[in-house]
Ligand binder design. Structure first.
Ligand code: HEC
Ligand code: HEC
Length: 257
């Protein structure tokens, strides 16, 4: 009863009117444009940006042996990952066209942790997220550049997920992030839900957060059952949302509320 009441109140505050459908934007805007000035200042200063601690941790892990490992990432990709190509990192997720398999940057790193001689790390493993944050940070300033050729079927599935209504509040992602960017909700401006800042540091929870974790958090906000970590649905979300973010400069680690 109480839940129903607060749900209605929530919808009322939002003013739920839906018109048109324009999910792939001609000119996407980074979440950076929607955050408060103080948050922007935090992100802009590497000494103040709390996400930089995770970048440093990722760098340290990159150059050292993971627990139980016989090889370092740096053994194959040079000290500090200097052998990695930032333009190539900006193209993730990548898709194997013949099998339509999505490989996110995290998937690639999981496969690579096995190359170091340890068993595959779980998607929410802190060491994995730190490595992922460090690697994506190497591409900071590069433009998000997912190659969309031959992705129609996967993007259609992503769009389906993005436009489906979920949870008690019976809304879809697009209701907030396509129709209502700029609207205030719980003291924050709703953004277009782009992925160029991720992994990003969230002040609200005080943690670095991957794109897929952010999707789970929005589903929680919608009072819906989030898709499981490592699920194909979250991979489709990430692919779809990163295509929406094509052209935006990578900000990792962004700071967000
Ligand atoms: C034994 C050598 C080896 C080790 C150790 C290794 N990698 Fe890799 N890595 C590769 C190879 C080879 C590729 C090329 C793509 C593929 O076949 O997966 C690659 C690809 C990558 C890519 C994608 C690069 C691109 O341009 O698409 C990233 C990112 C990466 N590795 C990160 C890591 C991290 C982080 C670690 C440590 C956990 C690590 N690698 C350990 C061999 C290694
Ligand atoms: C009721 C409104 C609402 C709905 C519905 C919603 N979100 Fe969000 N979302 C927010 C708010 C508020 C934030 C924090 C401010 C911002 O960055 O937009 C946010 C942030 C995000 C961000 C981070 C953007 C950035 O730059 O940091 C992503 C990505 C995101 N949402 C994805 C989703 C996905 C995927 C769905 C559907 C499963 C969804 N959201 C549904 C309100 C919503």
């Amino acid at each position: 009863m109480k839940a129903m009441y607060s749900t209605r109140l929530f919808l009322l505050t939002l003013g739920l009117v839906v018109a048109g459908n324009n999910v792939l934007l001609a000119e996407p805007k980074s979440g950076y444009e929607y955050i408060k000035d103080e948050t922007r200042a935090l992100q802009d200063d590497d000494f103040d940006n709390p996400g930089m601690l995770t970048v440093d941790r990722g760098l340290e892990l990159f150059n050292s042996l993971l627990p139980g490992a016989s090889k370092r990432c740096a053994n194959c990709h040079q000290q500090d990952g200097e052998g990695l190509d930032s333009k190539s990192i900006a193209r993730y997720p990548v898709v194997e066209r013949s099998t339509q398999t999505i490989t996110t940057l995290q998937d690639r790193i999981i496969a690579c942790t096995e190359r170091t001689g340890v068993k595959a790390l779980a998607p929410d493993d802190k060491n994995l997220v730190a490595l992922q944050t460090y690697v994506r940070h190497l591409a900071r300033g590069e433009r998000v550049a997912v190659d969309t050729e031959g992705l129609d079927a996967l993007l259609a599935r992503g769009e389906k997920l993005y436009t489906t209504r979920y949870g008690l509040i019976d809304m879809a992602c697009q209701h907030c992030h396509v129709f209502y960017p700029g609207t205030m909700i719980r003291g924050q401006h709703i953004s277009e839900g782009m992925t160029n800042g991720f992994p990003a540091y969230r002040l609200d929870i005080g943690e670095i957060t991957t794109v897929q974790q952010r999707v789970q958090q929005c589903l929680n906000l919608m009072r819906a059952e989030p898709f499981a970590s490592g699920s194909e649905e979250l991979r489709l979300f990430e692919l779809y949302m990163t295509v929406r973010s094509n052209g935006l400069a990578i900000e990792t680690p962004a700071v967000r509320y």
